[in-house]
Design a protein around this ligand. Structure first.
Ligand SMILES: NC(=O)c1ccc[n+]([C@@H]2O[C@H](COP(=O)([O-])OP(=O)(O)OC[C@H]3O[C@@H](n4cnc5c(N)ncnc54)[C@H](OP(=O)(O)O)[C@@H]3O)[C@@H](O)[C@H]2O)c1
Length: 236
């Protein structure tokens, strides 16, 4: 395996990498789910409750490029709150989407079975926010409730597919990603390893009960400075 350098020049390499996923084509008529996560070298997905201290400009570029090329961003309510979601894309990415006839911002889908969506900047930025729920509670302003009899990942993805949203970038967090993996809904995992040891009791990129396990194969490796970018796909 040859290590390749992922450069930061205008996010171009991130753009090429994401284009290679062909996200918006889906998989056999169903949505394609590409998850993007970052972890410390000791496997922690957060430092003091947030992922920002783990970051690198190229990781940020990758995250934003996935959003730029997605039909929908899927993110858990814990992450919306912890990361104070807002300002999803750079102006040139919004312009690129507009030129393709896409909404300037991809819609954001979250899951909140009890309809408990945090009030974050995103809700006030004109972005369509869908909350999959089993509850009759009124959603907060800026959120559209999508009521399902039973909210699980296959049902959520089926509904996104019905809406023609075939390219899904899943930004975690660990609770949501566990469900994506457990339900066999993960197509690509873009995992960045940050060069630091965090310790403590923050979760790994997956939280919750043990999995089968889900086996992966390594499709690509990139690096930027001391950060490592691993692209996994589920093993056949
Ligand atoms: N390092 C990284 O790349 C990264 C990325 C994102 C977040 N984080 C960190 O992770 C932390 C937040 O993560 P979290 O795990 O607390 O929250 P989360 O994964 O963002 O939210 C949990 C989500 O999972 C859903 N869920 C749980 N069980 C489910 C099931 N059986 N079926 C369908 N949906 C289900 C929850 O829905 P309900 O409300 O219905 O239960 C909720 O939306 C923060 O510290 C954040 O900084 C790190």
């Amino acid at each position: 395996m040859t290590l390749q350098r992922l450069t930061a020049s205008g996010g171009r390499s991130a753009r090429d990498l994401v284009e290679g996923l062909r996200l918006r084509e889906g998989v056999g008529g169903r949505p394609r789910v590409a998850a993007v996560m970052i972890a410390s070298a000791d496997g922690r997905a957060a430092v003091a409750g947030r992922s920002t201290p783990l970051g690198h400009p190229d990781d940020r570029a990758l995250l934003r490029e996935l959003r730029a090329q997605a039909d929908v961003v899927l993110v858990g309510t814990g992450t919306l709150a912890a990361e104070r979601y807002g300002s999803l894309l750079d102006p040139d990415q919004r312009a690129r989407r507009k030129a393709l006839g896409l909404p300037e911002h991809p819609p954001v889908a979250t899951i909140s079975r009890a309809m408990d969506v945090p009030d974050v900047p995103l809700l006030h930025e004109g972005v369509e926010v869908l909350a999959f729920t089993e509850s009759d509670r009124r959603p907060p302003r800026g959120v559209t409730a999508v009521r399902l009899e039973r909210v699980d990942l296959p049902a959520v993805l089926a509904e996104l597919g019905r809406r023609g949203l075939l390219g899904v970038t899943c930004e975690g967090g660990p609770g949501l990603l566990r469900e994506v993996a457990a339900q066999g809904c993960l197509d690509d995992l873009l995992l960045t390893v940050a060069p630091l040891l965090a310790g403590g009791d923050e979760p790994s990129i997956l939280a919750g009960a043990a999995l089968g396990p889900v086996r992966l194969r390594l499709a690509e490796v990139h690096r930027a400075d001391d950060h490592l970018f691993l692209h996994y796909r589920p093993a056949a």
